[in-house]
Write a protein of this length. Structure first.
Length: 356
């Protein structure tokens, strides 16, 4: 999928892609090089959870129409809208700054304006678009540096020669290319696939970054059989290495990587809708067995670690539409619905409580 269609096509892809993933106790998993090591849950699991969540909300009764972006305390309570001063087309896929005081969002004005990152306060005020000069195409950002001065982004352009992961200062200066993607956007007679490098995340110490490298398929709809790998590199782009091979990570809408606060795990969703974890060196690949019980969950995607590393928030699919948000311990236990999310919540990011 292209960056532009990431959110808009979510409902369609969920409707055709989510099968019963059998993540309940005793459920089967598809073959893979899965390890037996599972991060142990903290006992007892810390309650109430710390920090704050930001997520996009959808109306499942209206073909998963985007309703806006919202913030809620992880401990529960009412959600408030991130009310932007400009009209935008689709979800914001917001990411918290390391101090919990600002949001990185991605905006574009309808009907076809290029995507650009923006920085905004959690209530929607103070919107400032980051627009480096000379970019033709979409610039979509997904991570902050620890000092809050640099963003990690990807460019999807009509010119495939510039596809890749980039860093840019929050004032729009010092756009620096970090990766050169071997794969590119592919258009077939029956659909389109946004191949390339995207969805970058930074390690807690800011010295490495991870991203998804997406390879389009070869059929009339190259998005139908697209595959993705997880790659890790040093912050200057050197030392590139594959930690999860092609086919091992979700590439369709809802895909996201999340690096644990202690630096030992990367959480991600698989193409067949399982939560998975892997060490940054590629070892310890594991699927925690989530006991969904009676929860109406057909599959999971888009994990994000809590600031203390004791929880993950996950998006869910529910009978072919966007489902609710749930918290789960890293070992798959203690599945708990996020209070106040209602049905149709996705693209959650878990940040710390705002620092003083």
């Amino acid at each position: 999928m292209t960056n532009r269609s990431l959110t808009l096509a979510l409902a369609v892809l969920l409707g055709v892609a989510f099968a019963a993933c059998q993540q309940s106790a005793g459920g089967s998993a598809s073959p893979g090089p899965w390890a037996s090591e599972v991060p142990q849950a903290i006992t007892p699991v810390a309650l109430p959870p710390v920090g704050q969540l930001v997520f996009d909300r959808y109306d499942s009764s209206q073909n998963d129409r985007w309703l806006g972006t919202f913030v809620i305390s992880a401990a529960g309570g009412g959600a408030h809208s991130v009310a932007l001063s400009v009209k935008v087309d689709g979800g914001l896929s917001a990411v918290w700054s390391r101090d919990g005081r600002r949001l990185l969002v991605n905006v574009w004005t309808p009907p076809s304006g290029p995507a650009r990152p923006a920085i905004v306060n959690p209530d929607g005020t103070g919107l400032r678009v980051v627009d480096p000069t000379g970019i033709v195409g979409d610039l979509v950002c997904s991570a902050w540096s620890p000092d809050g001065l640099t963003l990690l982004c990807s460019i999807s352009s009509p010119n495939p020669a510039i596809d890749g992961i980039y860093s840019v200062r929050t004032d729009g200066s010092q756009l620096t290319r970090l990766t050169v993607s071997p794969y590119h956007d592919t258009v077939g007679t029956g659909g389109e696939c946004g191949g390339g490098d995207a969805r970058a995340v930074l390690s807690p110490d800011g010295k490495q970054f991870g991203f998804i490298r997406q390879k389009c398929g070869t059929g009339s709809d190259p998005g139908a059989d697209e595959t993705g790998a997880i790659e890790i590199a040093n912050i200057d782009g050197t030392g590139l290495r594959e930690v999860v091979p092609l086919g091992g990570v979700r590439t369709h809408p809802g895909s996201a990587l999340s690096w644990s606060p202690d630096g030992t795990w990367i959480a991600f969703g698989t193409q067949d809708h399982y939560l998975s974890l892997v060490h940054p060196d590629g070892t310890g690949l594991v699927r925690p067995n989530i006991d969904v019980g009676s929860a109406p969950v057909d599959g999971v995607f888009g994990p994000s670690w809590s600031p203390d590393g004791k929880w993950l928030v996950i998006g869910t699919g529910t009978h072919g539409v966007v489902g609710s948000l749930y918290m789960v311990a890293p070992d798959g236990s203690h599945l708990t619905q996020v209070s106040g999310d209602t049905t149709g919540a996705a693209f959650a990011n878990w940040g710390p409580a705002p620092s003083s």
